[in-house]
Design a protein around this ligand. Structure first.
Ligand SMILES: *Cc1c(COP(=O)(O)O)cnc(C)c1O
Ligand SMILES: [Zn+2]
Length: 419
C-alpha cells in the first residue's frame, strides 16, 4: 500500500500543539492533553467544493476529505445524510419562528448518531491493521460498534454499565459482539477500558482511537449546513454526554466557513443535559470554565457521563459562540419526548427528550429569541428506550371484535369530551 495519509497532516495536542504521527494514540506525552487530527486545508480547499460534494452519494462520506481516513472508507458507507425536517408544528408549541429537526433517530444501521463516529473509527482501525475493535459505552456506541464490526468482519468487545435499558443490551447482543456488563456506572466502565486498551492492543474506538472517532461527529454539522442551503444555523441545540458531539459541531461549522462552503455568519451552539447528570450545564450556569464530576442518576442513560472527557472544551465552545446550556428533569424529558412525537411524528429516545426540553427552556428564558431559527439535534431512537416511557402513556382500550362495542366506546369518548 502506498504510504500517504490522505488529507490528514498529523495528530496535534490541543494544549501545547505538539504533533504526533497518525497512529492509534490519544494523549500528549508532555501534558496529557487530548490529541486531535490536523488537516491540510489548503489541499482540501482545492478539491472539496459544493459541486463536488453534491455530485457524490448521500452519506456522511460525501465530506470524505474532512474525515480522518487515509484511503477510501471501508466501513459504514451508508451512514449519515439523515433528514433535516422543518418542524413548524413543534416551533409553534415552542414559541419560535422556525425550528428544524436533524433526525439521527433514523441513522443507518443502528438508529443513532453513533454510527457516524463508528464508521470513521472502524475504517481507520482497519487502515492501521487492527482486527479487533472495542468501546466503553452508555449504549448507543455499543450498538454501533457491534453492528458495524459485524458487517465489516471485525471482532468486537463492547463494555457497558450492567443496568442499561433492555433495548440497548439486546441491540448489541444480536450482532454477536462480546458484550460485557460492568457493575458500575459509565465512568467506571471507561476507567477499566483505559486499562484494558493499554494491555490488549485492540482498537478502542473512544480510547486509543478517540482522535479519529470524534471527527466523525463533524459530519452532523456538514449535513446541516448543506441541507439548509449552505448556511450555518443561528442556533444549534446539542445533547451532551462527554461533550464531544458539541465541540465537533462547532468545529464542523468553522471548517465550512474556512473552506468557503458557507458564508461567515454568527452562530450559537447550546448544550443540553439531564438534571440528574449535568456537570457541564451546571458549570456553564455558574459561569465556571471547569466542571465538577457528578454521580449520574437520570433516565437519559445515553448521556449519563459524570466525568465528561470533553467537558472543558464543550464549555469553551459554548462560551466562544455566545451559546447557553441548561438541563431538564426526568419528567420534563418524558414530556418533551411526547411533544416531539405528537407534533412531528418522531419518536426519539431520552437524549432527544433532553434536547427538545432544553430547547423549550432556552426559548422560554429568552436565551434563544422567538424571531430566530433553531436546529435541534435528535441523536437517538425511542424504540431503544421503551423502559423510559412504559407506564406513562396510558394503555390501549380493549374491546371484543364487535361493532356494537366499538360504538359504545365512541359514545363514551364523546361524553368524556363534553364533560
Ligand atoms: C453518545 C450520545 C450523545 C452525546 O455524545 P457525546 O459524548 O457528547 O459526543 C448524544 N445522544 C445520544 C443518543 C448518544 O448516544
Ligand atoms: Zn501537549
Amino acid at each position: 500500500m502506498e504510504k500517504h495519509d490522505g488529507f490528514m497532516r498529523a495528530l496535534k495536542c490541543r494544549e501545547c500543539g505538539r504533533e504526533y504521527p497518525l497512529t492509534a494514540t490519544h494523549v500528549c506525552e508532555f501534558d496529557f492533553g487530548p490529541l486531535e487530527v490536523a488537516y491540510d486545508y489548503e489541499r482540501i480547499k482545492r478539491v472539496l467544493t459544493r459541486a463536488a460534494i453534491q455530485s457524490r452519494p448521500k452519506s456522511m462520506w460525501r465530506y470524505r476529505e474532512l474525515l480522518p481516513v487515509a484511503h477510501e472508507p471501508t466501513v459504514g458507507l451508508q451512514v449519515g445524510f439523515t433528514p433535516l425536517i422543518r418542524a413548524d408544528r413543534l416551533a409553534k408549541k415552542l414559541g419560535i419562528r422556525e425550528a428544524w429537526i436533524k433526525n439521527d433517530a433514523v441513522n443507518f444501521p443502528t438508529l443513532s448518531f453513533k454510527d457516524r463516529v463508528v464508521s470513521v473509527a472502524l475504517s481507520r482501525a482497519r487502515e492501521l491493521g487492527f482486527d479487533t475493535v472495542a468501546c466503553a459505552s452508555t449504549g448507543n456506541l455499543a450498538n454501533a460498534v457491534a453492528a458495524n464490526a459485524a458487517a465489516a468482519g471485525l471482532k468486537a468487545y463492547v463494555f457497558i454499565p450492567a443496568d442499561l435499558e433492555q433495548g440497548k443490551i439486546l441491540n448489541s447482543l444480536i450482532y454477536g459482539a462480546h458484550v460485557i456488563g460492568i457493575k458500575g456506572h459509565y465512568d467506571e466502565v471507561n476507567r477499566l477500558c483505559a486499562e484494558i486498551a493499554g494491555k490488549f492492543g485492540w482498537a478502542f474506538v473512544n480510547v486509543n482511537m478517540r482522535p479519529y472517532y470524534a471527527e466523525g461527529s463533524k459530519s452532523f454539522a456538514f449535513e446541516v449546513v448543506e441541507q439548509l442551503g449552505w448556511r450555518v444555523p443561528q442556533h444549534t441545540v446539542v445533547p451532551m454526554a462527554s461533550g464531544s458531539l458539541l465541540t465537533k459541531i462547532h468545529k464542523g461549522y468553522q471548517e465550512c466557513i474556512k473552506l468557503g462552503l458557507a458564508p461567515e455568519t454568527p452562530y450559537r451552539v447550546h448544550g443540553a443535559q439531564a438534571t440528574g447528570c449535568s456537570p457541564i450545564s451546571t458549570a456553564h450556569k455558574a459561569g465556571l470554565d471547569f466542571f465538577k464530576p457528578v454521580k449520574p442518576d437520570t433516565i437519559a442513560k445515553s448521556l449519563a457521563i459524570g466525568t465528561p472527557a470533553d467537558g472543558f472544551y464543550a464549555l469553551r465552545a459554548i462560551k466562544e459562540t455566545g451559546g447557553a446550556a441548561d438541563d431538564v428533569t426526568d419528567d420534563e424529558i418524558r414530556d418533551a419526548m411526547r411533544l416531539l412525537a405528537e407534533t412531528e411524528g418522531i419518536f426519539t429516545e431520552t437524549a432527544g427528550g433532553v434536547t427538545v426540553g432544553v430547547t423549550r427552556k432556552l426559548i422560554a428564558s429568552g436565551k434563544i429569541a422567538p424571531q430566530d431559527s433553531v436546529v435541534i439535534c435528535i441523536t437517538g431512537n425511542g424504540l431503544k428506550t421503551l423502559d423510559a416511557v412504559n407506564g406513562y402513556l396510558g394503555k390501549p382500550r380493549e374491546i371484543r371484535p364487535s361493532l356494537r362495542e366499538f360504538e359504545a366506546l365512541m359514545a363514551q369518548e364523546e361524553k368524556a369530551l363534553k364533560s
